[in-house]
Design a protein around this ligand. Sequence first.
Ligand code: ATP
Length: 267
Amino acid sequence: MTKAIVAKNVTKKFKLYNTQSERLKDLLLPKSFGEEFYALRDVSFEAEKGDIIGLVGVNGSGKSTLSNIISGIVPETSGEISINGETAIIDVSAGLNNKLTGRENIELKCLMLGFNRKEIKNMEQDIIDFAELDKFIDQPVKSYSKGMKSRLGFAINVSIDPDILIVDEALSVGDKAFAKKSLEKMKEFKERGKTMFFVSHSIAQMKEFCNKIMWLEFGEKKAYGEMEDVLGDYEAFLKEYNKWSKKKRKAFRQKGFERQSKVKELV
Ligand SMILES: Nc1ncnc2c1ncn2[C@@H]1O[C@H](COP(=O)(O)OP(=O)(O)OP(=O)(O)O)[C@@H](O)[C@H]1O
C-alpha cells in the first residue's frame, strides 16, 4: 500500500490572551504573556492512497486545524507530517482573496500551482460553469454570499485535480442542488483512487463516503480506524451528548479546555 500521509505527534499550540495589551506585550517584550492552548496534541496516523477519511468530533475538537495543517495553510508547532502529493483544501473561508474577483482568484490559485496561462484559460470556463457564478465571476469575492464562496472554492479545488483533497464543511453552506453535484464530483475522485479528508457534521455523508474515521476530542485523537467501528462509537457518544443538560455539556467543555491549556505533559 502507498502511504499518502504519515503524521507523527502533530501538535498545534495557540496563545490565548485575556486582553489586547497582553497580546501586544507578548509580541514586543522578551517575557512571555498569555496562555498556551493545544488545538491539536500528539496526533499520529497514517493514510493510505485512496483512503477517504472522515474527521469527526464536536465543535472545537481540532478538525479544521488538522485539515489546515495537512493542506499546509498553517504550520504545525511540533511533530512531523509527510504528504505524498499535492493537496487542496475546500473550505468556505480559506484560500480565497476577498479583494479579488472570482476570475482573478481562479487565475491566482492556478498560477501559484504552476499552471501556465493557456492551461488556466482552458480550465477557467469549466470552473465558472461548475460554480454557477455566471456574471458574478467578475465581481469581488467580498460581495459573494457564503454559498457562492463555497461554490467557487469547491470548483477551483476540484479542477486542479489534487492527489489529496480536503473538503471542510463546504457542502453544508451551498444549496441542495450544488451539494448533490459536489457529492457526485467527490464520488468521481473516490473512484479514481484519490485520497480525501472529509469534515462534515452529517453522519449519513460519512457513511456514504468514508472507509476510515478519525474522531478528535479536545485536540486529541480519540479513535482512528475502520468507518463502521469508529462511527458506531461516535454515534453512540453523540446520542448521549445530545441528551446531556446544558450544565453537563458546559462541564465537559470546561474539562476539555483545562486539558488543552495544560502546558506540562499529561499523565
Ligand atoms: N487562530 C487561532 N487562535 C487561537 N485558537 C484557535 C485558533 N484556531 C483555532 N483555535 C482553537 O483551536 C480549537 C480547535 O479549533 P478547530 O477550528 O480546529 O475545531 P473544529 O473541530 O474544526 O471545530 P468546528 O466543528 O466548530 O468547526 C478551538 O478551541 C479553537 O478555538
